[in-house]
Write a protein that binds this ligand. Sequence first.
Ligand code: UD1
Ligand code: CA
Length: 449
Amino acid sequence: MKISTIILAAGQGTRMVSALPKVLHKLNGRELVRYSIETARSVGSDKPVLIVSPNAELIRATVGEQALYAVQEKQLGTANAVMAAQPLLEGKADLVLVINADMPLLTASTLAALIETQKSNPGPLTMAIIISDNPRGFGRVIRSGDGKVQRIVEEAQATHEQLKIHELNVGAYCFSGAWLWNALKEIKLSPRGEYYLTDIVEIAGKAGESIASITLDDEDEAMGINNRKHLAEAEAVMHRRINEKWMLAGVTMLDPNLVYIEEGVKIGRDTLLMPNTYLRGNVQVGEGCRIGPNTIIENSSIGNNCSLLASVIEGAIVEDGVSMGPFCHLRKGAHLRKGVHMGNFGEVKDSTLGPGTKMGHFSYIGNAEIGENVNIGAGTITCNFDGVHKNPTVIGDDVFIGSDTMLVAPVKIGKGAKTGAGAVVREDVADGDVVVGVPAHSIRKKKQT
Ligand code: UD1
Ligand code: CA
């Protein structure tokens, strides 16, 4: 059975008061429109058709190949918006889902339920309903004496009595593809000058067709984002959903209100996330870690049993048993091997620190390859940039770098060598040598010949 989805996104979104189209505002780090697209795909829909206004370049540029596009020339209402997809979908889909692009909390299980219900419905459509005391401007569901859904009345047209109805139209439907397009043509202009998609329910009812419905348990799902207050409310709901999932999967949170985890992140069990922890983008965290307070991890992989306190980690690999912080910054290409210890105020970029290496205080390491069990003294700096090029520093195993050493790259420090406090190392140091001073020179006694 072929299932297609129409996502309505041609509205202006004026209530966002923004230069950015509404559906490109972000919820938990991802544009609103992506949620509807992904939810549709996850229930087996073909590539969704996004209904956009004529000047939607930014939406097209953002969504790209993830959707097909149909342009609604003028904003003449939701029925008119659906019609814009007719040339793309007529005769090509058995079932057509219609959802709004501003409802990111709608779940895949709801769309799946719409599809399943419609498959066994002899009539042409299934709609989603919520029961709520908070009508939010939603259309009211009118039932006939025998309890069947008869039509939907928009709030602007509802009578005083109808406004009291608690059964609300979510704005998510599954239609028979064979029926939808002709029925749309029967919709008349509303007193507001728009063609309401909701009028299609009455058209089906009058034709004696069976209208099926599903009722959602979770009111939050139907939350539409019309302004930034709604966006923050949705953010809170999304955030709670994700954090509950992780807590049930064995992750401890001291205060789940203060932990921010994007979709797609992976976290091992018995990891503790302290307040103000942000896990963004493509992040994996192993088991038994202690992250935060005040730690931001982006596009990085963290091993097991790491302790990352008040640090910022971007584009890095951190292996098992690393302890770090407070106030460390790992940048792109930083790779901390097993058991590395980084104390306060360290920065590492495009560098590997070998297993067991320690860098306790105030250091900058860039473009460096550092071996095992190296001690990097307080204030050590790789002077990697000569104004034109980034130059490499190579440090062998078991080296002792004295406090405040400047390693003027390109430079190599041989295995087991030592540098004295304040050394400015401009030339390679041999294995086991000891260098001091500015510029650094060897003080190892030469063997008698
Ligand atoms: C709509 C429903 C209402 C339902 C509510 C749920 C209609 C007439 N009413 O009302 O019953 O309770 O959703 O959220 O359908 N759009 C277009 N082109 C247009 C008009 C709208 O693409 O010409 C898009 C908007 O971008 C939006 C969606 O359709 O994504 C819904 O439009 P909106 O004006 O927000 O409808 P509601 O008043 O919320
Ligand atoms: Ca809306």
